[in-house]
Design a protein around this ligand. Structure first.
Ligand SMILES: Cc1cc2nc3c(=O)[nH]c(=O)nc-3n(C[C@H](O)[C@H](O)[C@H](O)COP(=O)(O)OP(=O)(O)OC[C@H]3O[C@@H](n4cnc5c(N)ncnc54)[C@H](O)[C@@H]3O)c2cc1C
Length: 467
């Protein structure tokens, strides 16, 4: 990256050139505006030189052609909710804010497909397709504000992963602006296509480092008729984990299968009075079952039987959306409640084969013994083996250093158990130093070669993925 070029262009009119390319109403250059784009969910701060709000694929292509010529960094951005720094411009340059390219371009119910611009908010899109009786399953907890473009770039997961898979499982085709501004189309708008290499999958999860999505075609499913939720209390965490495994080994695939540990429960208890969790409860499973009304009913009673055999203390069931919402409030309350025990947290999203969940929880408990002044709370998508481990710490520098050491030990243990250091939040710049823990040198070099092939000048989201 050439910072001298940016400085020269700044003085010689980077903003003016963007004004000319996409119209000055689509360019933000004041410090006040640029500061708003200096952050994302990772809470870092890097101020961009200018912010562009493209309105069309042509705008994106023109900006990239210009940036490529002058070697200016370009950082695509959706809602800025990423947790690993994907949308922060660590090398300055241009932010490409996609929030105005947010249209639903096409729904073809008979094909079960839809095409969107990248800036559409995930939940807005889900609600729109629901009006046609259709379902877009990837459901990150950030769906009310994150964008489909950001979800594709991070290959986001969520609570529906066990039954329905993650974002990559729904992406059929992409329109991508490459680093030099040329436009390519990957895949087809068909439910099947095996022609050539799967470029679509290469771009999914590429965190804005290989190309910029300008249109996204997704696969849809019929909307399930009914959803029922079960909140299940356990005295022993091991029983909760074993019950989760038993549910799946009985050939049941719930829409969501979430685990909440004792520390998270303790936080929630003190956080909201309306959430009542009996004192003897040390672990919770939260389950959604969906499908036809009759099958939901049958599955729910089978699950109630299985958890009773596995020593559940109590089961609360929700049969309508309002009751379900109240049960899910327990899960939603965890993240804000955690800040009541310490002001800072590192939220990891490790994923292990489900059969090794108990082992990783034991390993985390052992590691925690070496850092007794830190607080740890784990919860998440046990059905996928994807656990959010939150290490909470106070302001002192020493606490932060310990928290980071503890995280590294947890990531190493995860890889040793055959798991991955990121199930859904991606690498960004926050986790780039850990990439070699999991990816061997030859595979890492192949990734770097692909990056160099598609972005030889390194202008697309520099500083991410490989540091
Ligand atoms: C409260 C909260 C809950 C969350 N829950 C989940 C969860 O359950 N599951 C999960 O997976 N994640 C979760 N996340 C993380 C985050 O919401 C996801 O990573 C989400 O996909 C980011 O979308 P965004 O629109 O905010 O993208 P941004 O944060 O703006 O960007 C993310 C990445 O996408 C790239 N990008 C954005 N648009 C484009 C584009 N058009 N072309 C190419 N690259 C692009 C950016 O450069 C960046 O690398 C959560 C975050 C928060 C704050």
């Amino acid at each position: 990256m050439n910072t001298t070029t940016i400085k020269t262009l700044k003085t010689n009119g980077l903003t003016e050139e963007l004004n000319r390319l996409i119209g000055k109403e689509n360019v933000l250059f004041t410090l006040e505006d640029r500061i708003c784009y200096a952050y994302d969910g990772s809470k870092q701060k890097y101020i961009p030189d200018v912010v562009a709000l493209p309105q069309s694929t042509q705008h994106v292509s023109d900006i990239l052609r210009f940036a490529h010529k002058h070697e200016i960094p370009v950082c695509p951005r959706g809602a800025g909710s990423g947790l690993t720094g994907g949308a922060v411009p660590v090398k300055g340059g241009i932010i490409l804010d996609f929030t105005q390219m947010n249209h639903l371009l096409e729904i073809i119910p008979e094909d079960l497909t839809a095409t969107v611009e990248p800036g559409i908010v995930t939940q807005t899109f889900q609600n729109k397709v629901a009006q046609y009786g259709l379902f877009y399953p990837p459901d990150p907890a950030s769906a009310p504000f994150s964008t489909i473009g950001g979800n594709v770039a991070e290959c986001s997961g969520g609570i529906t992963g066990l039954k329905y898979g993650v974002t990559r499982d729904y992406i059929l085709s992409l329109e991508v602006a490459l680093a030099d501004g040329s436009i390519i189309h990957t895949g087809r708008k068909t439910l099947k296509s095996v022609t050539g290499y799967d470029l679509t999958r290469l771009f999914v999860g590429s965190e804005g480092t290989l190309g910029v999505f300008t249109q996204i075609t997704v696969k849809l499913l019929p909307l399930p008729e009914k959803i029922e939720a079960l909140l299940i209390f356990f005295a022993k965490p091991q029983d909760a984990v074993l019950a989760a495994n038993k549910i799946i080994s009985n050939n049941l695939l719930p829409r969501a299968l979430e685990f909440i540990d004792k520390s998270s429960i303790d936080c929630v208890r003190g956080y909201k009075q309306e959430i009542q969790i009996p004192g003897e409860v040390n672990a919770i499973l939260l389950i959604d079952i969906d499908g036809k009304e009759t099958s939901v009913k049958a599955e729910a009673s089978l699950i109630e039987k299985i958890v009773a055999e596995n020593h559940a203390c109590n089961v609360v069931s929700a049969k309508n959306p309002k009751e379900r919402d109240a049960l899910w409030e327990v899960r939603r309350a965890i993240s804000p409640a955690l800040y009541h025990i310490a002001p800072y947290k590192i939220n990891e999203d490790i994923c292990v084969p489900r059969s090794r969940i108990l082992e990783i929880l034991d390993r985390i408990a052992d590691i925690h013994k070496r850092y007794p002044s830190l607080k740890v709370a784990s919860f998440g998508h046990i059905g996928d083996g994807n656990i959010h481990v939150n290490v909470m710490y106070d302001k002192e520098e020493q606490q932060q250093i310990m928290a980071e050491r503890m995280i590294e030990e947890i990531l190493r243990a995860t890889v040793e158990l055959g798991g991955t250091i990121s199930g859904e939040h991606g690498i960004g710049n926050v986790k780039s130093r850990f990439l070699p823990l999991e990816v061997p040198p030859q595979e890492l070099q192949i990734m770097k070669d692909i990056k160099h092939l598609l972005d030889p000048k390194g202008i697309l989201n520099p500083g991410k993925m490989f540091g």
